[in-house]
Ligand binder design. Structure first.
Ligand SMILES: [Cu+2]
Length: 503
């Protein structure tokens, strides 16, 4: 069993990295020290290895492919948030939350120009609401936390799809419980298609795979464990040691020696992945959060923070039957100086994610287009306003935007329809994915050291590195009240969110 991801991990590193967060707040410091002394951080790394039940052998379970709700075939759909027992592991059932009784949840597929129509029933014990991440829809359809529906209630979503093709997703968004609901299962893919994308003839059918990546924790009975009350750092973000892809732990997928389109979503709580393949040096980035790029960009790895998506083409043409190619994260230590739970692989931990098993040699017939879709560049000179948003941690270790804990009914920014520049300044030792509802945007520039190829495309979520300022240019086309927030789930649940009124 490959457990390389524990190699970089030690109590010494944990204690050292904690120093980074202690500067920020006195109370956090106390909590941090307590966590070090109370936690099992002093146990040798092999203790942590034993936490992985032996049955979680990597690359022994087949990747599950989500079923689809395809609006080319139906006019109306239904989802019910509910508790369910599912087989994440073959030998035992796990209690999770689902939208249709099983995991992975169905992928929604819809064409630009069609009308999305869905009844959502809340069969959970608490109020909740679905948000369509990346979709530009009217306020009452967006899934603002203020619109959460009661247990037992139903909400009808109906809106036209007016934006171009891209890899989006849906998840619940009740204030204070989003993290746990997504962690326990309430997330799925949402693919918008259009004619421009179709003309490109990108790999499709069996050669197109949605991959939802999430790191989780399981106990010996294969039940999900969420935050550990003894470890206050879990409030800074929940790290796990078992990576699920489409609700399958460390799966494998059988492929032919051909190009595959992988549409990858990071639906984890906090972990940022630096995705790469062990025996394929380069792959093509063809799309980002909210659509395709102008042309493919060849990369060796790609950074994916929480809620971001990448659309990539990977070519197995040089592989032979029997070859295995591992998708992994190289680790991303630049993402955080904070130590979160001392028992789990940290940000700098390389981890295997899934494996591709080559089972058939075929003629590689797919051609990667040189040009994809035109992206009209939003010009800084078109912006009528510039605002600055700061990401900060305040007394008590509370994550905020502009030092103001989220108030669901306070309007933090009033914006006119049109174009603005938003400068997102990160004042802390940890990268945060900044997400806005109701818009898509472009990255103008960042004053940090790392260049992200994903900055070239349409975005709805952007990683802001520690102490970095990222300037984005946002085109506001949909009036209404929307939220903008950090997409680290435990940060948004705390207070790192604000309201934006577009008029
Ligand atoms: Cu954050």
């Amino acid at each position: 069993m490959d457990r390389r991801y524990f190699l970089n991990y030690s109590a010494i590193t944990a204690a050292y990295l904690l120093a980074g967060c202690e500067e920020r707040s006195g109370r956090e410091e106390g909590k941090a020290r307590q966590a070090v002394s109370d936690s099992p951080a002093a146990v040798p790394p092999q203790k942590a290895e034993e936490k992985l039940p032996e049955q979680i052998m990597p690359f022994t379970q087949k990747l599950k492919i989500p079923g689809e709700i395809d609006f080319a075939q139906i006019k109306k759909a239904a989802l019910t948030a509910q508790k369910s027992q599912v087989n994440i592991f073959p030998d035992m059932q796990t209690e999770v939350l689902t939208f249709q009784g099983d995991l992975p949840n169905p992928t929604i597929r819809i064409k630009k120009g069609e009308v999305f129509d869905l009844d959502f029933m809340n069969n959970l014990a608490d109020p909740t609401i679905i948000h369509w991440h990346g979709l530009i829809v009217p306020e009452e359809m967006d899934g603002h936390p203020k619109d959460a529906i009661a247990s037992g209630a139903t909400k009808q979503y109906r809106y036209p799809i007016e934006q171009s093709a891209g890899t989006f997703w849906y998840h619940t968004h009740p204030h204070g419980r989003t993290g746990e609901e997504i962690y326990r299962g309430l997330a799925g893919f949402y693919m918008i298609e259009d004619e421009e994308e179709k003309r490109l003839n990108l790999p499709q059918g069996e050669f197109e795979l949605p991959l939802m990546i999430q790191d989780k924790r399981f106990d010996e009975k294969r039940q999900l464990r969420y935050k550990d009350p003894k470890v206050p750092q879990d409030n800074n973000g929940l790290l796990g040691d078992v990576i699920l892809v489409n609700a399958t732990p460390f799966p494998y997928h059988e492929v032919k020696s051909e190009k595959y389109r992988l549409r990858i979503l990071n639906a984890s709580s906090v972990r940022t992945y630096q995705l790469a393949f062990d025996t394929i040096g380069e792959f093509a980035l063809v799309g980002t959060d909210a659509g395709l790029l102008e042309s493919p960009v060849m990369v060796q790895s790609v950074v994916l923070s929480v809620a971001e998506r990448v659309d990539i083409i990977v070519d197995f043409k040089d592989k032979e039957v029997g070859d295995r190619v591992t998708l992994k994260t190289l680790g991303f230590k630049e993402g955080s100086n904070l130590t979160l739970h001392p028992d789990y692989p940290a940000f700098d931990a390389p981890m295997d994610i899934m494996q591709f098993h080559v089972t058939e040699k075929i003629l590689d017939t797919q051609v990667l287009p040189e040009k994809l879709i035109p992206i009209p560049r939003l010009q800084a000179s078109d912006a009528v306003n510039t605002r600055r948003i700061t990401m900060e941690i305040i007394a008590g270790g509370i994550w905020t935007l502009d030092q103001k804990p989220f108030d669901m009914h306070r309007v933090d920014q009033r914006v006119k329809l049109g174009t603005e520049i938003w400068e997102i300044k990160n004042s802390v030792h940890m990268a945060h994915p900044f997400h806005m509802h109701g818009v898509r945007f472009q990255v103008l520039d960042r004053d940090g050291k790392i260049a992200f190829p994903t900055d070239k495309g349409w975005k709805d979520t952007v990683i802001v590195m520690p102490f970095e300022t990222v300037r984005i240019i946002v085109h506001f086309t949909m009036p209404g009240l929307f939220v903008y927030h950090c997409h680290i789930l435990e940060h948004e649940d705390q207070a790192m969110m604000a309201n934006l009124l577009v008029e």
